[in-house]
Ligand binder design. Structure first.
Ligand SMILES: Cc1cc2nc3c(=O)[nH]c(=O)nc-3n(C[C@H](O)[C@H](O)[C@H](O)COP(=O)(O)OP(=O)(O)OC[C@H]3O[C@@H](n4cnc5c(N)ncnc54)[C@H](O)[C@@H]3O)c2cc1C
Length: 455
């Protein structure tokens, strides 16, 4: 019988899931499988992120937990299982690498889909140093977007900061190989997955053990994962009407990678040019955050940081609670708080209202959205908010101030959306407008103008 020191360590590859919570069409998983050793799939509930969430019933944590449970079931059908950690990723990895070693498992490589947010970039750089010193190859692939980093640049090699030329170049560079399916699920079987018996790992931590909770009934509020061809075909006509389901509601799935961007793009190319353009916006903002990480919490155009915001807390609270007296704004804010979703047209209206009508720093609104949106994504959220504030790349000009009443007449003329979320609208319980539109519009334009004038 071989003694402990003679046991040959078993080489494996790891796929660390982050924004790619799926086993289908997953390029990082495919890269791990292609090494020819058994693969272990892992996920970490990152305390650096979770500890900042104030709501213990945060929908996103419940959603991730639910998706991980499904993936674990799929992996168990191949004799493996999903390994889930909870903590600071560096601590978790230190512990895991030790545990693998002591179980005679040689982790040769860790495969990730790249993440372009500033926090993730720093975390992954630090981990890359640690893995290097531990003799483990740490390999990133592009999975979350169609084009990343500097793949779509101006002719001089600089990143685009305006969307239309970016999207033209994006389309001109697109090849079938950019969106074909990665055949990962076919590659998973009892011989390509590390058997669950190889090491005695704890079960997936419960939501409660991490300080969160969720009732199973509420899980129904998570949008479906399917792409409706019907919606895509009518997208151009219906996309701006918040009372109908005219948009895909796929944002949470694209955010957490429960659907692959390539699958989405294949449908877009087949059924809707306009919808494909929205997917390009998503790539655009991921590219912007990568090249201009300051835009996550400072104005993309720095001069906009000189705007003397009024930041009236009472007004801000009225906006958060959907009690501004502007029905479309109020309906949107109530939809957000109650469901974790808000229609894109309404996001533009409420964001513009906060920045321009209430002269409130866009970061206040951005943080509120970050707390409540199921699909919260730093790049798209900061991009959307800076667009509304006028401070971002390719933003609405500062003198364009949405009229929330005109927007209501145009996009919800029968008040269907408003009545759904603001049942007291039209009764004496509904508040008067907290600011007068004409006054607020002029105040915003004057304030912006004097802050932005060259000194
Ligand atoms: C102030 C503001 C904040 C926003 N915050 C976010 C956010 O945190 N996360 C987020 O995913 N989107 C954000 N958006 C963009 C957009 O509102 C949502 O992506 C969209 O409403 C999601 O609904 P859907 O899935 O039905 O979209 P669809 O209209 O069906 O579009 C399909 C997909 O394209 C992408 N997309 C669509 N519009 C945009 C856009 N303008 N920018 C980037 N990607 C887009 C999304 O992934 C979306 O799921 C924000 C927009 C604004 C104005």
């Amino acid at each position: 019988m071989a003694n402990q020191s003679e046991i040959q360590p078993r080489p494996i590859a790891i796929h660390w899931m982050r924004r790619d919570l799926r086993l289908q069409d997953n390029r990082a998983l495919l890269a791990a499988l292609s090494e020819g050793n058994p693969v272990q799939v892992v996920f970490i509930f990152d305390r650096m992120i979770l500890d900042r969430l104030e709501n213990t019933r945060d929908r996103r944590v419940a959603f991730i937990h639910q998706e991980l449970t499904k993936i674990d079931i799929q992996l168990r059908s191949f004799g493996g299982r999903l390994l889930v950690g909870y903590g600071n990723p560096m601590d978790v990895w230190r512990e895991w690498i030790k545990a693998f070693q002591s179980n005679h498992i040689d982790v040769q490589s860790i495969h990730i889909g790249r993440d372009y947010e500033p926090y993730a970039q720093t975390r992954d750089r630090e981990l890359a140093d640690f893995f290097e010193s531990s003799g483990v190859a740490f390999k990133g692939v592009k999975d979350h977007v169609i084009f990343e980093k500097s793949e779509v640049t101006k002719d001089d090699g600089n990143p685009y900061t305006v969307f239309t030329p970016y999207s033209k170049k994006w389309r001109s560079l697109l090849r079938i190989s950019d969106y074909v399916e990665a055949p990962s699920l076919g590659g998973l079987n009892t011989s390509t997955i590390l058997p669950s018996t190889a090491i005695d790992w704890p079960e997936i931590p419960s939501l409660e053990s991490m300080g969160f909770s969720w009732s199973s009934a509420s899980i129904e509020t998570f949008p479906e994962r399917t792409i409706s061809k019907e919606i895509l075909r009518n997208y151009g006509e219906h996309r701006d009407i918040p009372s109908i389901k005219g948009t895909s509601r796929l944002s949470v799935h694209l955010r957490f990678g429960t659907i692959s961007i390539r699958e989405a793009l294949r449908c877009g190319l087949e059924h809707s040019e306009k919808w494909t353009t929205e997917l390009i916006w998503r790539d655009f903002y991921q590219m912007i955050i990568y090249h201009f990480p300051h835009s996550a919490n400072e104005s993309f155009r720095r001069v906009y940081d000189t705007i003397p915001w009024v930041n009236d807390e009472q007004h801000f609270n009225a906006w958060c609670e959907g009690k501004t007296g502007y029905p479309l704004v109020d309906a949107g804010m109530r939809e957000l708080v109650q469901t974790g979703f808000m229609h894109n047209r309404v996001r533009m209206v409420v964001a513009s209202f906060l920045c321009k009508h209430l002269l409130t720093d866009w970061r206040w609104g951005e943080r509120f959205f970050a707390e409540h949106l199921m699909d919260f994504d730093l790049a798209s959220n900061a991009g959307g908010w800076q667009w509304a504030a006028g401070s971002g790349c390719d933003a609405a000009p500062y003198f364009r101030v949405f009229n929330p009443t005109a927007q209501l007449t145009k996009f919800d003329k029968d008040f269907k959306y408003v009545r759904q979320w603001v049942p007291e609208y039209g009764t004496s319980d509904y508040p008067d407008p907290i600011v007068d539109h004409a006054f607020a519009r002029i105040r915003a334009i004057e304030t912006y103008k004097s802050a932005l004038k060259p000194s």
